[in-house]
Design a protein around this ligand. Structure first.
Ligand code: ATP
Ligand code: MG
Length: 315
């Protein structure tokens, strides 16, 4: 299996009034070709900023992004453009990411036309028809406007647009969070079928652990810009090691009656500020296991068992 995406000490800081907001603060990870890495964590922990920085939609503060073994942070404009075509994004809210004045076929054709893929207009519209089939949109909808469609169909347009340039890697940023539960499963199944058919590699961002469990090969847990734990998805649910991951998992609702008495570990206190953060574990102020040593220096991710890394001195 080959690595398609590799991040080395990737950082994105935003200048704000009172200093630097460390939205993404030294992320190291790899995604194998054809696999899905889930990114989970509370609102504001830097998931979207990470996805956008990987794609170059935010300029990184420092660090490296390798796509197919090539560092695309410091490469030539033409190399970046070529790589970027193969790296696309699916957004959370398909309604606000689609121009309301464009019809379905125009929306799907737009990236193809901008990139000048085909010379002939008929070829463009053949490709659009083909993409509509691929994502399960009936051809009769090609003249419809986004407001005439339900959320699931709108998201299918988002998926078709992302696929239009034959990408190999897609950042899916909360692609089902805005959808009705009944439609979420349809879109997740579509994404998984497309992955099988086209060999796609996904970074799948969500705050919903039950969704990420369904779709991910591996999962990275983020807390205030840092990755605190990363391992195969099954392992994370079976054997979470970081106190933050344990608390996140214990908060998932369970359907089984015998599990209902299970104690939910409530995370105490507030998330600290990401502006000019102090050294040490960012979770320490809320962690039941924290001691002074946790606040002295940043805690690196350490591989505890093969493929399972955690950033915690108490593990
Ligand atoms: N353009 C920006 N300028 C300044 N700060 C920003 C900018 N974009 C994001 N941030 C800040 O960076 C941090 C991470 O934000 P981000 O949107 O990446 O979080 P998230 O994990 O995607 O949250 P959510 O689950 O709510 O989508 C937050 O503190 C946010 O306020
Ligand atoms: Mg987000």
């Amino acid at each position: 299996m080959s690595t398609l995406i590799e991040l080395r000490d990737l950082k994105k800081y935003f200048p704000v009034n009172n200093g630097l907001l460390h939205a993404v603060d030294g992320i190291n990870l790899k995604i194998e070709q054809g696999k899905t890495l889930g990114i989970v964590g509370e609102s504001g922990c830097g998931k979207s900023t990470l996805g956008r920085t990987v794609l170059g939609l935010h300029e990184s503060t420092s660090g490296e992004v390798y796509f197919d073994s090539e560092n695309i942070v410091n490469c030539s404009k033409s190399q970046f453009k070529k790589a970027r075509r193969e790296m696309q994004m699916i957004f959370q809210d398909p309604y606000s990411s689609l121009n309301p004045r464009m019809r379905v076929e125009e929306l799907i054709a737009e990236p193809i036309l901008i990139n000048g893929i085909y010379k002939n207009k008929n070829e463009v519209f053949d490709r659009v028809a083909n993409l509509m089939d691929t994502v399960g949109l009936a051809q009769r909808l090609s003249d419809a406007y986004p407001h005439e469609l339900d959320g699931g169909r709108r998201q299918r347009i988002g998926v078709a647009r992302a696929l239009s340039l034959n990408p190999r890697f897609i950042v899916c940023d909360e692609p089902v969070s805005a959808l009705d539960v009944s439609i979420q499963a349809q879109i997740l199944n579509l994404l998984m079928d497309l992955q099988d058919e086209l060999g796609l590699t996904y970074m799948f961002i969500t705050h919903d652990l039950s969704v990420v469990r369904h779709i991910s090969t591996d999962i990275a847990v983020m807390y205030l810009g840092k990755c605190v734990e990363i391992c195969p998805s099954k392992e994370l649910f079976k054997n979470p090691l970081h106190p933050y991951t344990k608390a996140l998992l214990s908060a998932i609702p369970v359907a089984k009656a015998e599990m209902r008495h299970k104690k939910i570990e409530v995370i105490r206190g507030e998330v600290s500020s990401p502006v000019n953060p102090k050294l040490g574990c960012r979770f320490a102020p809320r962690c039941p296991l924290a001691t002074t040593e946790c606040t002295i220096d940043d805690i690196p991710l350490v591989e505890i068992t093969p493929g399972h890394s955690v950033a915690c001195l108490k593990v």
